[in-house]
Design a protein around this ligand. Sequence first.
Ligand SMILES: [Ca+2]
Length: 293
Amino acid sequence: MRLALSLFINAFVLLLILTISVFNHPVESNAESDPDHFKTLRQKLISDDFDADLIDRIFDASAVDFDIETVSAYFRHREATLNYDQFLSARSIRSARDYMDTHEEMLSKIEKEYGVDKTIIIAIMLVETRLGEYVGNRSVINTLATMAALTDSDVRERFWDNLPDDVDITREKFEKKADQKSSWAYRELKAFIQYVDNESFDPHEVTGSYAGALGIAQFMPSNVLVYAKDGNGDGRINLFDHDDAIASIANYLKNYGWRPGLSREEAGDVIYHYNHSKYYVNTILKIAEKLKG
Ligand SMILES: [Ca+2]
């Protein structure tokens, strides 16, 4: 009787262990290696004419990660938090003046070539990245790929299930935002892959803002392809290089209508293309005025 009971208990415990391990196993491997999150995305990229070897090389790397934490920022209620006045402080203006002295040769060359005031170029760099000091530490490939993967309904469901607790959003709003942002991110992802492939950058090494903007000028990849320039003439467009960033900003503004002798209002209209915020535009103009004076 006692033996029978003990056998029964042993069998029960064994069954319990087996059950736990069977249920545990797939959960664990999912969480650790994220095998499926980018499957649809990869197929889509290949059907959009990206080289399959290139896509495999990018997505098979261990550095590639489904980055819920970064991308969930898009689904948080966002308040205008950036205090632009900090860039008008005496200290900020002094650092911009020092920058102007250090890069005088390139800035004057670019000013002549593109007709864009160097003070405006510096003001943009100051606000975007503190003149290259803060270029963002998020993996651009992970940010854009995660966002772009949300076109897949299974992936989107998993993302929804794993949103951090402090993201307070209705399912309806989440769906709407995911629709918009995933197609936008897919376009930016394609541009990013094309850019790193053109310039032979390791895609896993490139970091940027939580939105996927990269370099000293914080260009989105689609803008990099159209407007970025090789300022230092080394045959490579590197947005983390100061000369390339300076030339790229000038080229961008010129393309949006900058020419010498614009009125303050006209200048503001051009700068607005860089960042759709009147507060931003006014800050840029004020910094440039301080640098001139
Ligand atoms: Ca270059």
